[in-house]
Structures are given as structure tokens and as C-alpha cells.
Design a binder for this molecule. Structure first.
Ligand code: HEM
Length: 443
């Protein structure tokens, strides 16, 4: 098959040089990706020193392996600013817990989303994708695909946890509230990272806490509605776990709804942008996709569609920065790490690293086909993370994205709305600033 000509999709401008620690953090408030200068895409390890704290970026596969796999015990704890940013919404859930608490919670939440049981969610994937397709078919003007996918994928997760007791409208409200929460929470956590007192942040913090409480109340109400014995097998399995009682159960359910929705909705958003900007790819995907989406394993085996999704997650990893705090002293290469220092892996850099990828900024789904995929260095590609804390829902996530792709890309032709320019913007996750405005036509 003919190779797709190189196409460089949108990316933020690179910094002219290494910023000062404070200057970098001030810029990072608006967009973390804008702080990296050109040589960050070539170096193996680099550091910045804040007052009393070192930040080290693990920027080579073997260093990523060392931090996330070999030294998991030392670097399993998420950075404090992430804990602070997420705790109001997801409490002490698996996503931010560490140590014994993390192991217990990870053991409790993993079985119901084990890859061997993903087929049970297929009906939810198709139902939510069809609702999304109906909305797309009825659109008379530009649509914000980012908001549409956030609502639709939130619907998938609500269906997976609560079954038909959950409505698309509730899903939309939860997704919108979480988007608003991310906008507010970001300001607070970066001030905390700089070690500055949060004198001006009280107002935003208050608003963020109100949004977090709103999400938890909505989910608690759904749990009341299905009652102590109702809900899907997933909810029943969580309820049956001795590790998850009272607020802990609510923490994990909210975490499922948000962690499960965020990565998939963002992946679909960037994939839609790539399809809009590169019609040859969209046509090739549409030609591969079957009309009948009832066989999940057949959909998962479609090589080109899978490669497009993987390449989309390479160029736009939904979690573009992983931040961990050292729980004990250590040494990485020539740097002494003290307890509390931050060690980062930045998929945005690793996935575009000049020594790891040919034409790193080009959109080339072929990288993920056949031999090319097998030759890729391990730990150079980590959209789901690596090591013991790797995404617990990776199989679920790939399946939901694939089903949506199958329903939507076969039926619709996407174009960017006139005058709209996509802007990747990294806060807690890599979302497009201002959404993803597209026009939608039938194929
Ligand atoms: C395309 C979709 C998804 C992407 C790209 C994604 C990505 C990620 C990433 C990067 C992490 C963090 C790993 C780390 O910090 O080391 C993570 C963690 C997690 N994800 Fe996902 N995820 C997706 C879908 C899902 C789904 C559908 C679920 C649940 C149904 C889920 C549940 C979790 C959980 C529970 C964790 C915490 C794991 C732990 O800390 O032990 N994710 N995900």
C-alpha cells in the first residue's frame, strides 16, 4: 500500500532557550509543553533546580525503565501537586494512592476491567458511540469534538458502572464539570509547586472545591439511585471488595468515571483532528472499517485503524507529563536525588525524541505496522505509562476508542471549522485549548 506523505500536525512553538526555573514555571502555568527548548528533544536526562528541590527529567528509555520499573518503590508516589490537584475529586483512589494503600486499591479495581472481560462492555461502547453519531448526523454547524467526546465517553463509563440508570445528559454534566475543574485546579497546583504561598488562589481554590464536590454528589446520587444491590457487574465487584467501603468506594467509582473517560476522549479528539487534516488517512481508515461493529475482536484486529490510534497517542499523549516524588534518597546517573525531589518522564518529549524516532514530528501511522513496530525501543512509547502503575484500563481504553473510531470514521468526513486552529495545551492532560471545532459531513 502507498505510504502516506509526511505531514506535520500542529504543535506549540518551542522555547528559544532553557528558561530559568521560575520563568519556566510561570510559562508552565499556561502550557507545560511550551517550556521545553529544542535540545530537550535530544537529551537523555536534564535537570532544573527550584529552591530546595531538584526536578530531573528521565528522557531516555533506559532511564525511564530505571525510574518506573526497577525503582518503582522509590518513585511510585505521584508528585504532591498532582495529589493535591486530584484529591478533592477522587479522594485517595488508586490513581493517586501510594504504598500499601495503592496495592490494596489496585488489587480491588483491576479484576473488573481485566482485558479478558472487556467484551462485556462492548454494548456500552456501541450504545454511546451511536448516540454520539446521531448528534453528529444532526449537526447543522461546527461541533466541538472535544466536548462531544468527553460527554460520549463519560456516557460509556456511566453505562459500564451504572447500566441504563445513567443518562447521556448526566454524562455530559459530569464531563463539563470535570473540564471546568481542570481549568481551576491547574492554577492552584503550580503555585504550590513553586513553593509560593497561595495568596491569590483562594478564590479559584474555592471554585475548584465546589466543582469537585459537585462531581462527587452527582456520582453519589447515582449510587443511591441504583441502590445497594443494583448497578452492573463492575459496580458489584467494586462493592464486594473489602478494601472499598464508604467513601473509598465512592473515590474509586469517581476515579473510574474520570480516569476512564479522560484518556479515551482526548485520544478520539486528536485522532479526529488528524483525520480532518489528512484526508488520505481518513479514507484509508474508512475503507478498512466494517459496517457491522458487533465483533469486538475483529475491530481490535484492524491494523491500519489501530496504527492511526497509536500514532495519534504518540503525537498527542493524553498524559503528556508523568511527575513522581522520590520517597527516599537515590542516585540517577550523576545526580543525587533527595527525598521529595521530582522525577519526571515526559511522553511529549520521548514520543518526539530525535534519537528515537525518524521524522519525529511527522504523522506516520506506518510506524505501528508490521516490522517497524517491532523494532521500536521499549520504554520509548508510553501512552498508558509503564511499570507496576501502568494504566489499569488500557485494554478497556483501546477498545472504547476503537469502537468509536469504527462507528464514526466510516460514516463521517471531518474538516476543521473555517478559521479554527487547533492548539495543544497541557495542564493535567493534553487537551486542545479552545476545543476542537470541526464540521461534519456524511461519507
Ligand atoms: C485511551 C485511554 C486511556 C489512556 C491513554 C490512559 C492513560 C493512563 C495513564 C498515562 C495513566 C498513568 C500511569 C502512571 O501514572 O504511571 C493511567 C492510569 C490509570 N488509568 Fe488509564 N488511560 C486510559 C483509559 C483508562 C480506562 C478506560 C480506565 C478504567 C476503566 C483507566 C483507569 C486507570 C487507572 C485505575 C489508573 C491508575 C493506575 C495506578 O496508578 O495504579 N484508564 N491511565
Amino acid at each position: 500500500m502507498e505510504a502516506i506523505a509526511d505531514f506535520i500536525p500542529p504543535m506549540p512553538p518551542r522555547a528559544a532557550g532553557a528558561p530559568s526555573a521560575l520563568g519556566g514555571l510561570l510559562r508552565a502555568r499556561r502550557d507545560v509543553l511550551s517550556i521545553f527548548p529544542a535540545d530537550a528533544y535530544r537529551r537523555q536526562v536534564f535537570t532544573t533546580r527550584l529552591p530546595g528541590r531538584l526536578i530531573l527529567v528521565a528522557n531516555a528509555p533506559q532511564v525511564v525503565r530505571e525510574v518506573f520499573v526497577t525503582k518503582h518503590e522509590t518513585y511510585q508516589r505521584k508528585a504532591r501537586f498532582l495529589e493535591d490537584a486530584l484529591k478533592p475529586v477522587i479522594g485517595g483512589s488508586c490513581f493517586i494512592a501510594s504504598g500499601e494503600e495503592w496495592s490494596e486499591r489496585r488489587d480491588a479495581i483491576s479484576p473488573p476491567i481485566h482485558p479478558s472481560g472487556i467484551a462485556q462492555f462492548h454494548r456500552a461502547f456501541v450504545q454511546a458511540a451511536e448516540t454520539c453519531a446521531e448528534a453528529f448526523a444532526g449537526a447543522t454547524g461546527p461541533v466541538d469534538a472535544a466536548a462531544a467526546y468527553a460527554a460520549a465517553i463519560s456516557h460509556v463509563l456511566l453505562l459500564a458502572v451504572f447500566g441504563d440508570a445513567a443518562t447521556p445528559e448526566e454524562a455530559r454534566l459530569i464531563a463539563e464539570t470535570f473540564t471546568a475543574y481542570q481549568e481551576e485546579a491547574e492554577v492552584v497546583d503550580l503555585l504550590a509547586l513553586m513553593g509560593l504561598p497561595d495568596l491569590l488562589g483562594w478564590w479559584t481554590k474555592r471554585r475548584a472545591l465546589r466543582l469537585a464536590a459537585d462531581i462527587r454528589t452527582r456520582v453519589a446520587r447515582l449510587m443511591d439511585r441504583v441502590g445497594p444491590d443494583g448497578g452492573t457487574p463492575l459496580l458489584k465487584a467494586l462493592r464486594a471488595s473489602p478494601a472499598l467501603t464508604g467513601e473509598h468506594l465512592l473515590d474509586e467509582v469517581v476515579m473510574f468515571l474520570l480516569a476512564g473517560a479522560e484518556g479515551a476522549a482526548i485520544t478520539l479528539t486528536w485522532t479526529t483532528m488528524l483525520a480532518a487534516l489528512h484526508p488520505a488517512t481518513a479514507d484509508r481508515m474508512a475503507a478498512e472499517l466494517p459496517e457491522d461493529v458487533s465483533d469486538l475482536s475483529a475491530l481490535m484486529a484492524l491494523p491500519f485503524t489501530r496504527a492511526v490510534i497509536q500514532e495519534s497517542m504518540r503525537l498527542y499523549p493524553p498524559v503528556a507529563v508523568f511527575a513522581r516524588q522520590a520517597t527516599q534518597p537515590d542516585r540517577i546517573r550523576r545526580w543525587d536525588i533527595r527525598e521529595g525531589d521530582l522525577v519526571l518522564a515526559v511522553p511529549w518529549l520521548l514520543h518526539r525524541h530525535e534519537t528515537l524516532w525518524e521524522a519525529p514530528n511527522a504523522f506516520r501511522p506506518e510506524r505501528f505496522l508490521g516490522d517497524a513496530a517491532r523494532q521500536r525501543p521499549r520504554f520509548a512509547y508510553m501512552p498508558f505509562g509503564v511499570g507496576p502503575r501502568i494504566c489499569a484500563g488500557a485494554a478497556f481504553g483501546m477498545a472504547e476508542v476503537t469502537v468509536f473510531a469504527a462507528v464514526l470514521f466510516r460514516r463521517f468526513r471531518f474538516s476543521l471549522a473555517p478559521g479554527f486552529a487547533p492548539r495543544p495545551n497541557c495542564r493535567l492532560a493534553l487537551r486542545p485549548k479552545g476545543g476542537m471545532m470541526v464540521t461534519i459531513g456524511r461519507r
